[in-house]
Design a protein around this ligand. Structure first.
Ligand code: AMP
Length: 223
């Protein structure tokens, strides 16, 4: 796969919260040149800008619940029509229900996109440890871990010095609720993807370093 030859590619990063989808999407964006589309980031931006949509979804997100399918379907269908998605893009955290996939996959197929699904497999105990250690830069979005990849100066971003934040939904009780939503509403998509016949690859990501996971993903998408 490359940015300019052959059909455009929708690279779908799939996996539980905390499996590294956001980290991999940022690395893949740099190496493939495709835009990173994160529905979670788009929704957090709506909340931060005091948009009416943000008021609607804030409570659900803080409780670790999924927002309605039509909200995210609309955000993604609008975003994918931007010119920077012409050669391909990376979806992080979408689709997350069978209803979302049933809207998105035929639509993307109709637009001529190849779709590749990467499932990042991580055990749940590691996820709880990872997410409660996660810190995020509110300005540039860089992700740190106080245990495995801390910033150079405690609590401050290496790139712009902003004070790092803990996401509201990274508190342990909310992480557990998010894992429950994943089990109930998102995991069933694995069977859907398998049955839909799209290229589907699994990466064992519990103990692999981000660069190792990246090269496994690149190996799959460049076949
Ligand atoms: P994330 O940053 O991907 O972990 O998403 C954070 C939160 O945003 C989730 O816990 C959901 O409340 C909401 N969200 C993000 N993407 C979706 C989606 N595709 N469907 C429903 N809710 C979503």
């Amino acid at each position: 796969m490359n940015g300019n030859s052959g059909p455009p590619t929708a690279l779908i990063l799939f996996g539980p919260p905390g499996s590294g989808k956001g980290t991999q999407a940022k690395l893949l964006k740099d190496s493939l040149g495709f835009p990173h589309i994160s529905t979670g980031d788009m929704l957090r931006a709506k909340i931060a800008s005091d948009d009416p949509l943000g008021w609607r979804v804030k409570g659900l997100m803080q409780a670790g619940k999924l927002v309605p399918d039509e909200v995210v379907n609309q955000l993604v269908t609008q975003r994918v029509q931007d010119p920077d998605c012409e050669h391909g893009f990376i979806l992080d955290g979408y689709p997350r229900t069978i209803a979302q996939a049933r809207v998105m996959q035929p639509w993307l197929r109709g637009l001529g996109y190849d779709q590749v699904v990467i499932h990042l497999k991580v055990d749940y105990i590691s996820i709880i440890t990872r997410l409660t250690a996660r810190r995020v830069c509110p300005s540039c979005g860089t992700i740190y871990s106080v245990t495995s990849s801390p910033p150079k100066v405690a609590d401050h971003c290496d790139y712009d010095g902003s004070r790092l934040l803990v996401r509201e939904d990274d508190r342990e009780s909310v992480v557990r609720a998010r894992l429950e939503s994943y089990d109930r509403q998102t995991k069933p998509l694995l069977d859907y993807f398998a049955a839909s016949g799209f290229p589907f690859h699994e990466v064992e990501a519990t103990s692999a370093r981000p660069q190792e996971v990246l090269s496994m993903i690149r190996g799959f998408v460049e076949r």
